[in-house]
Design a protein around this ligand. Structure first.
Ligand SMILES: CCCCCCCCC/C=C/C(=O)SCCNC(=O)CCNC(=O)[C@H](O)C(C)(C)COP(=O)(O)OP(=O)(O)OC[C@H]1O[C@@H](n2cnc3c(N)ncnc32)[C@H](O)[C@@H]1OP(=O)(O)O
Length: 281
């Protein structure tokens, strides 16, 4: 039975799905009654750009899943072609000085909550997943992706630098040599390339199949003691988590200094223009 207010009932393949969150607007959490697995869906048109509001909602939803004793968390998108376009560049371009602090702090919070989540996590990557999208996906323990999309940390291509903790998630999935090369190149991988290098674990032909495969992964822990499993995961991830916890303030100042450099602002402006021109053509 659900432990928080049930707002609506929606049948799904595996069982009855109960939508729980939803004081928030940009994310929803639906818990499958049969499997006990929560699906957290990002829903910020047009591209699930991670702005302050979406980050806050993500953080709240992850907290909700932690709190409601779900058996696992599947992260996905309501957009049929985009998992997440990464950070909303508009938050970083000509930023408001108070809001950008809150923005970066909210991103730190989301990473700490997702990478350090006590429940098993999986990403059903049902669309493109650049930069911050890849950060979210690689913070999960398992990734299933649909064909003909791309994923990667492309920061260097935008003239920006992925922070250490972005690299930590990436390095928890890829061998160091592959991660280093891809980060330096700002490389985006196709689904097929991502599978062959190990950046994703499986390919699915539909979102439904991706969700099922994620649920199967989470099901592999059914006979493992949950406390032992979560303590094991958290010990394995403790160094990276603790590093950001210890350096949060410096990390924020580093980001602010970097992003406010005139050359970085100019580069972000040019990149935004190129995205808009592409949309017009
Ligand atoms: C030392 C440490 C220091 C720290 C230094 C700082 C470190 C920061 C780390 C940064 C991490 C990041 O995530 S940076 C973000 C990186 N993200 C990207 O490069 C993704 C860019 N976007 C894309 O590639 C594409 O949009 C893609 C996601 C594939 C979807 O393609 P589509 O053709 O479907 O859609 P588009 O037409 O391109 O986009 C639709 C609209 O959304 C807008 N849009 C797309 N992506 C956007 C984005 N990320 N932010 C804002 N707006 C975006 C477009 O401009 C369009 O706006 P209109 O024309 O107005 O409709």
């Amino acid at each position: 039975m659900m432990r928080s207010k049930v707002l609506s009932l929606v049948p799904r393949a595996t069982g009855v799905c109960r939508h729980m969150s939803t004081a928030t607007k940009l994310t929803t959490v639906a818990v499958d009654d049969k499997t006990g697995i929560a699906t957290l869906t990002m829903n910020r048109p047009p591209v699930n750009g991670l702005n302050l509001d979406l980050l806050r909602d993500l953080n709240q939803s992850i907290g909700e899943v932690e709190g409601n004793k779900s058996r696992g968390l599947i992260l996905t998108s309501s957009n049929p072609t985009i998992f997440s376009a990464g950070l909303d560049i508009l938050e970083m371009y000509k930023p408001d000085k108070d809001r950008i602090r809150e923005f970066w702090t909210a991103l730190q919070d989301v990473w700490l909550a997702l990478y350090g989540s006590s429940v098993p996590t999986a990403a059903a990557i049902n669309g493109h997943s650049p930069a911050g999208g890849c950060l979210l996906a690689t913070s999960c323990e398992y990734r299933v992706m649909l064909p003909k999309f791309t994923i990667g940390l492309n920061e260097t291509k935008l003239g920006i630098v992925a922070p250490k903790w972005f690299m930590s998630s990436f390095l928890s999935v890829l061998p160091r040599r592959e991660a280093e090369r891809a980060l330096n190149q700002g490389r985006m991988f196709t689904t097929e390339e991502a599978l062959s290098i190990g950046l994703i674990d499986e390919v699915a032909i539909s979102k439904e199949q991706a969700l099922d495969k994620c649920a199967q992964f989470i099901g592999t822990f059914a006979k493992v003691n949950p406390l032992a499993r979560s303590l094991t995961k958290q010990q394995l991830r403790a160094v990276e988590l603790q590093q950001l916890e210890n350096e949060r303030a410096q990390d924020l100042e580093r980001f602010l200094f970097f992003v406010n450099q005139p050359s970085v602002q100019k580069g972000l402006g040019i990149y935004l223009e190129s995205l808009k021109k592409k949309a017009k053509n």
